[in-house]
Design a protein around this ligand. Structure first.
Ligand SMILES: *Cc1c(COP(=O)(O)O)cnc(C)c1O
Length: 367
């Protein structure tokens, strides 16, 4: 039996008739930029996340970048980021002319260690970007306390955390702004690139609205040098349909995670740990093993697809050579990069698929 890491075709197929009918109507409307569906999605997603404002943008990287721009982050500023995140978190900072300053994660949750943030703050620090990695909320309260103490902005990277809850409240409005990606493989995924920023700060929302549309509020009147980063109406239509199913699909992820956790205890794999206050969205189910490459190879041979999130931490990427980091400077992120393995996870992964993964792991993780 073959178990793909993620089956996007199966996900599409489940909502096919509803998505296709709405997209066809949108295509026939003659309206191809902005408009009713984009506005409707923004309203629905801000309700879903319990926030006052939502601005749709072209992708998750732009959501992060434009939110930082709206906070006036620029040349010479420093922004604290996790050492073990996807590179987009760092790139958004660099795109502003600012410098990403890495802070190591907690071993237990993979999220930024709040106790290590203060030591990374300098007079140039302007903001902190916690990432809710793998769908598990970062510990926002102590991070908010540090941000307040040093008057720093707080921007959350929630690209993997649609529907996750921190202390009972959905991710979306705890901080100054929250950046979302609707890349197809995310919990709320479009049929192409898409993203958004949610915020309760009307000024940030307004600035992103201007920035994402050529720096313009009124057509052909340009207040600032802006960008073209708009949410496509066809994507908004697909997202409106899929948002209705997000909680149900997340509940399936929760059940799969519970199943894995129950059955993989005692296999020698390090399993995800969830603090009492966290309700993860289970974007990924990530385990660790000292012989990760061998385990992955065995699973591959058994027909089970896995991925590594992420094999090279940003500070060791060629793209960030200019920052001058060397191996050994962020040992937690580096050790995770060697040992992490993401198991198949998604709302369409069925019982037989889960069993096949568990059986393949039983055989291989002891090795
Ligand atoms: C996917 C992702 C992004 C970037 O989103 P795109 O829509 O691909 O630009 C940013 N941060 C994290 C943590 C992500 O997983």
């Amino acid at each position: 039996m073959k178990v793909p890491f993620l089956d996007l075709a199966a996900a599409y197929s489940e909502l096919k008739s509803e998505i296709e009918a709405s997209i066809l109507a949108s295509l026939r409307s003659g309206w191809y930029i902005g408009g009713q569906d984009v506005e409707a999605f923004e309203g629905e997603f801000s309700s879903y996340t319990g926030t006052q404002h939502c601005v749709g943008v072209a992708n998750g990287l732009d959501a992060l970048h434009l939110a930082l721009r709206a906070m006036d982050i620029g040349l010479g500023d420093e922004v604290i980021v996790p050492s073990n995140t996807y590179i987009a978190t760092w790139l958004a900072v660099s795109q502003c002319g600012a410098v990403p300053v890495p802070v190591e994660p907690l071993d237990s949750t993979y999220n930024i260690d709040p106790a290590k943030i203060e030591a990374a703050i300098t007079p140039r620090t302007r903001a902190i970007i916690p990432v809710h990695l793998y769908g598990q909320p970062a510990d926002l309260d102590p991070i908010l306390a540090v941000a307040r103490k040093y008057r720093l902005r707080l921007l959350e990277d929630a690209a993997q955390a649609h529907g996750a809850r921190y202390k009972g409240k959905r991710i979306g409005g705890h901080s100054d702004a929250v950046a979302w990606s609707f890349y197809p493989g995310k919990n709320l995924g479009a049929l192409g690139d898409a993203g958004a920023v949610t915020t309760n700060d009307p000024e940030i929302a307004d600035r992103i609205r201007v920035l994402h549309n050529y720096g313009s509020r009124v057509k052909y009147v340009n207040e600032v040098q802006g960008y073209n980063s708009r949410l496509d109406p066809v994507q908004a239509v697909a997202l409106r349909v899929k948002l209705k199913y997000l909680d149900e699909w997340n509940a399936r992820r929760v059940a799969i995670a519970a199943h894995y956790t129950e059955r993989l205890a005692g296999t020698g794999l390090v399993l995800p740990q969830v603090p009492g206050w966290a309700e993860p969205a289970w974007h990924l189910y990530v385990v660790q093993h000292a012989k990760r490459d061998a385990v992955q190879q065995n699973l591959q041979e058994a027909g089970v697809g896995t991925l590594i999130h992420y094999p090279i931490p940003p500070h060791l990427q060629q793209a960030y050579q200019s920052l001058g980091y060397v191996a050994g400077q962020f040992p937690i992120a580096e050790s995770m990069a060697r040992q992490l393995l993401s198991l198949p996870m998604g709302p369409q992964l069925d019982e037989a698929g889960i069993e096949a993964v568990i059986n393949a792991l039983d055989a291989s993780a002891q090795a």
